[in-house]
Design a binder for this molecule. Structure first.
Ligand code: PBG
Length: 346
């Protein structure tokens, strides 16, 4: 590179850096930027998590997740209609469980008329063409807030898996399309696959929360489902250590071997390296969960005027696409889908 002396200030440059490559050429105009754009975000990339609550015509704000509410079954059906209009392909359901219905073994998970099963039936009846994903884990139902059965301070693995199979079957019978085990017990994907197949549910998909880390970013979610006050201790004996990467690849490998159709990484933005490595290594459908704490951080900063919330939302979602994600579970789903309907985002 040849550098010529600078021109006197104010006069246009007649000569300059003798550059062959000027990457800025492709960024000079909006049309040129659009022409060379490498990734896109569409409504097809979105899975919308909904929090359910018992009642009628009810919407209860979740304080730590501004803009998110717990909603009753009838409202969930309305939201499913809205999601279908917005071309969002899939909803994910999470129940808030009254403390009175919680117990040591999470037995409400096995009630065929629990809130989740009733909501699946209602949505499938009114909006049959939208996908419904059900989380499989016991934490919305246990008095101790853990995802599995607790005995003498230990989370039992194999005994928990037995219950998770039964929980999955009830959700499948209710009409859900995707079973998404989020409990991180060993061997649950294979066991649930067998259980579903034996019951004639061969076509129900499994999205494994394969690389789910023990994360502080789930805090607001635990408020939303009512397990933050009940949770005793932490989940580090089953959720992954956030110091690790190779372990995530191993978890994904096992879940795929056991029959997972899709895998998921969770949380999202702080774990883009994991998303990228998993997609590069396995080339399977790979999803990512932009979790409650990530949502809350963006909303809080926006509410304070510290950053532009709309722009932060769009940029964060594009980051997942760039990392290689095939889809994103995000509380921003309806908002970003509305924007996509109105026009271009970038
Ligand atoms: C339950 C579950 C959790 C989330 C999804 N499923 C919480 C946890 O593991 O404690 C978190 C989602 C979020 O934070 O948005 N097994």
């Amino acid at each position: 590179v040849r550098v010529v002396p600078a021109e006197p200030a104010g006069s246009p440059r007649t000569d300059g850096l003798d550059l062959v490559h000027r990457p800025r050429r492709n960024r000079r105009t909006d049309w040129a930027r659009r022409m060379v754009r490498e990734n896109v975000l569409t409504a097809n990339d979105l899975i919308w998590p909904l929090f359910l609550v018992d009642g009628d015509n009810l919407r209860v704000p979740v304080p730590s997740m501004p803009g998110v509410e717990r909603i009753s079954v009838d409202q969930a059906v309305r939201e499913a209609e809205r999601a279908a209009r917005l071309d969002i392909p899939c909803l994910a359901l999470f129940p808030y469980t009254d403390p009175k219905l919680r117990d040591e073994t999470g037995s409400e998970a096995l009630n065929p008329d629990n809130l989740v099963c009733r909501t699946v039936r209602a949505i499938k009846k009114e909006v049959p063409d939208i996908g419904v994903l059900c989380d499989v884990a016991l934490d919305p139902y246990t008095s101790h807030g853990h995802d599995g059965l607790l005995q003498d301070g230990q989370i039992l693995n194999d005994e928990t898996v037995d219950v998770l199979i039964r929980q999955s079957l009830l959700q499948a019978d209710a009409g859900c399309d995707i079973i998404a085990p989020s409990d991180m017990m060993d061997g649950r994907i294979g066991a649930i696959r067998d259980g579903l197949d034996e019951a004639g549910h061969q076509s129900i998909q499994i999205m494994a929360y394969a690389a789910k880390y023990a994360s502080v970013f789930y805090g607001p979610f635990r408020d939303a489902v009512g397990s933050s006050t009940t949770l005793t201790g932490d989940k580090r004996t089953y959720q992954m250590d956030y110091c690790n990467t190779n372990e995530a690849l191993r978890e994904v490998e096992l879940d795929l071997e056991e029959g997972a159709d899709m895998v998921m990484v969770k949380p999202g933005l702080p774990y883009l390296d994991i998303v990228h490595r998993i997609k590069e290594t396995f080339s399977h459908p790979t999803f990512v969960y932009q979790v409650s704490g990530e949502y809350a951080m963006i909303q809080a900063a926006a509410a304070n005027g510290w950053l532009d919330g709309e722009k932060a939302m769009v940029e964060s979602l594009m980051a997942f696409k760039r990392a290689g994600a095939d889809g994103i579970l995000t509380y921003f789903a309806p908002r970003v889908a509305e924007k996509l309907k109105q026009g271009r985002l970038f």
